[in-house]
Ligand binder design. Structure first.
Ligand code: AMP
Length: 192
């Protein structure tokens, strides 16, 4: 049985860093994928698919549903660990519904929780504009990404809250504190 944990949060919430650290500290049983990084890896390959993906990422737009679902499905199916952390997904209501369908088709994958790393818009903006990772880290693109993140959030929160799967974590603390709380939650939930 594969135990899936989804980690969502605004751009700059620290979700990728948190999940990466937790996977590193538990590398015998936990694997982590960042949706954004998986997509950027495809871009780096220089394939036609990568070029299509880049045209969305560079504008801070959501990559089309089918490409994202293929990316997520491949990551889960190729993982050799039982506990899988995926950050940056779902980012829309249609992704959430597509995931539901995927889980129905794959009963050996269990969604254990959706962890939301909560930060204020100011904190998110300061962090993103401070890191300047690539073409998508400028103010205009940030505003776009923030808007895109916030728009479906209430529906996503409500859906997983009703299922008893939503766990909110305060992302305005030190990395150590956030990682500690998240790691404890994941290990307890997964019974590991
Ligand atoms: P991130 O690394 O999570 O900040 O994501 C960087 C960019 O990758 C986003 O602005 C989107 O263009 C794309 N991306 C990441 N996750 C998704 C997703 N779940 N659905 C669609 N596009 C995504």
């Amino acid at each position: 049985m594969k135990k899936l944990f989804l980690i969502i949060g605004a751009p700059g919430s620290g979700k990728t860093t948190d999940a990466e650290l937790i996977a590193k500290r538990n590398s015998d049983k936990i694997v982590h994928y960042s949706t954004g990084e998986l997509l950027r890896q495809e871009v780096a390959k220089g394939t036609p698919l990568g070029a299509t993906i880049a045209s969305y990422i560079d504008q801070g737009k959501l990559v089309p549903l089918e490409i994202v679902m293929d990316t997520i499905r491949n990551a889960i199916l190729n993982s050799d660990k039982d506990i899988i952390l995926i950050d940056g997904f779902p980012r829309s209501v249609e992704q959430m519904k597509a995931l539901e369908k995927m889980l129905e088709e794959n009963p050996d994958i269990k969604l254990e929780a959706v962890i939301e790393v909560v930060v204020s818009e100011e904190t998110a903006k300061e962090r993103v504009l401070g890191r300047a990772r690539g073409a998508d880290d400028n103010e205009e693109v940030f505003n776009n990404r923030m808007k895109l993140y916030l728009e479906p959030l209430p529906e996503i929160e409500k859906y997983y809250e009703q299922k008893g799967l939503l766990k909110k974590i305060n992302g305005e603390r030190s990395i150590e504190e956030i990682v500690e709380e998240m790691e404890k939650f994941i290990l307890e939930k997964a019974g590991a």
